[in-house]
Design a protein around this ligand. Structure first.
Ligand code: HEM
Length: 388
């Protein structure tokens, strides 16, 4: 395979979303538009032929840029995932695929298969969108995740600054407020999915495409929404020192599927005191006059955790319906964990919120949660009852 020098790999490429979307390094646009039909017909021979054809192309075509390498992985990944959906291990069907996956993974410093980034943010829009099915619900699922990534990525930069800041610093509370933007984007995303995607469609049509497959003897999960790094925001806010073993295991496992700078973020923050712990100890130390700055900071964390709780309450609602025994095809989510884990994360979010509740919740903040449209799931009874 012909790739640029890996020493020159520019990490900003991951965020050069349009440039990645525009790439078609394997000239696969036309072939991939056939994928929904091939999947509908479970046409294993044709899927295998296409995967072999793209493998030859990736081996013979020079890949000129980091963006093209990410796009090549995206296009190989969706065909490989399609074969796996029909019960075929891609590397068993096309053994010569293994080396290009390993080389592309190594070059892009990611796992040797596609991730949720490839399937959502780095996937073109419009006619060129790569999908497993031709059902519009799949696009809505993709769109929901596309929407949260810019905010989540930005929130890691904000968390980094916050973790170095004294919680009495006047900038602390407004910066925590900025983290709320990512949580609001998560709420909008889950509302959009809840109102447009049926749990049965997710469970029975989509979930099988996110199955793991093996590369070089290691099993890698498919492009799950659970790989959206909300868990890194948690890590900084409370989970570095107030977590439970199950969520911690999920977090450690999910980090492998993220970008290199996010893996570094994890390494830097895993053993640091969390923001909640720092603020809680400030509050405990208070004697005499209340420390207004510490109270402001605690309040801002409570507001943030409230928003995270809203996301998680609504998210667990749709997850429970998709993984109900009479609906599900798999016990585990596509991110490798059961719905029971979501309950644990929700409970932990709620506990930490309570710890930070030292002043009445602000009205302004509650207003920000009003549903944007009549379509929003927030207006549906089942969504309302699951968020608190
Ligand atoms: C039909 C829609 C969905 C279902 C059935 C569902 C189900 C699940 C399940 C079962 C988990 C547990 C871990 C695992 O996947 O193995 C999970 C985790 C997660 N999902 Fe979803 N999910 C859906 C949509 C979404 C969307 C649209 C987003 C984001 C925009 C999202 C973000 C997350 C995150 C961040 C986690 C990690 C746990 C957490 O932070 O609470 N999910 N999901």
């Amino acid at each position: 395979m012909n790739l640029p020098n890996s020493n020159h790999f520019d990490e900003l490429a991951y965020f050069n979303i349009k440039a990645i979307q525009n790439q078609d390094p394997l000239c696969a646009d036309a072939i991939l538009s056939l994928l929904p039909e091939l999947n509908r017909n479970a046409d294993i021979p044709e899927l295998t032929r296409i995967l072999r054809q793209l493998t030859i192309r990736v081996s013979e075509t020079p890949i000129q840029t980091a963006e093209a390498a990410l796009a090549a992985m995206r296009d190989l990944g969706i065909v490989a995932g399609s074969l796996k959906r029909h019960g075929i291990e891609p590397i068993s069907a096309v053994p010569e695929l293994e080396v290009p996956l390993l080389v592309l993974g190594d070059y892009t410093r990611m796992i040797p298969r596609d991730t949720v980034h490839h399937y959502t943010s780095w996937n073109p829009t419009g006619e060129r969108r790569r999908t497993y099915t031709d059902d519009e619900q799949e696009r809505w699922l993709q769109d929901a995740v596309v929407r949260v990534f810019p905010n989540l990525s930005a929130s890691l930069a904000i968390s980094e600054t916050l973790s170095e800041m004294d919680p009495r610093d006047a900038r602390f509370a407004p910066m925590v407020g900025m983290l709320g933007d990512a949580s609001r984007a998560m709420i909008e995303a889950i509302d959009s999915v809840t109102s447009r995607v049926s749990p049965i469609f997710f469970a029975q049509e989509m979930r099988p495409y996110f199955e793991e497959f093996t590369v070089n003897g290691v099993s890698y999960l498919g492009p799950a929404a659970a790989q959206a790094p909300l868990w890194l925001v948690d890590l900084c806010v409370w989970a570095s020192d107030r977590n439970e073993p199950e969520y911690n295991r999920f977090l450690v496992e999910s980090v492998h599927y993220s970008l290199p700078s996010w893996r570094d973020f994890y390494a830097r923050h895993a053993c640091k005191a969390s923001l909640v712990t720092k603020v809680a100890s400030l509050l405990e130390q208070q004697t005499g006059e209340p420390d207004e700055a510490a109270i402001q900071s605690a309040g801002s964390l409570a507001d943030l955790l409230y928003l995270l709780k809203v996301f998680r309450g609504r998210h667990i609602g749709i997850a429970r319906r998709a993984y109900a025994p009479e609906v599900r095809l798999y016990e585990q989510g596509s991110g490798g964990a059961p719905v029971a884990l979501l309950k644990q994360i929700l409970d932990l979010t709620r506990e930490n919120e309570k710890l930070m509740q030292v002043r009445p919740r602000s009205h302004q903040h509650q207003g920000a949660l009003r549903p944007a449209s009549a379509n929003s799931a927030a207006s549906q009874p089942q969504a309302r009852e699951t968020y608190a």
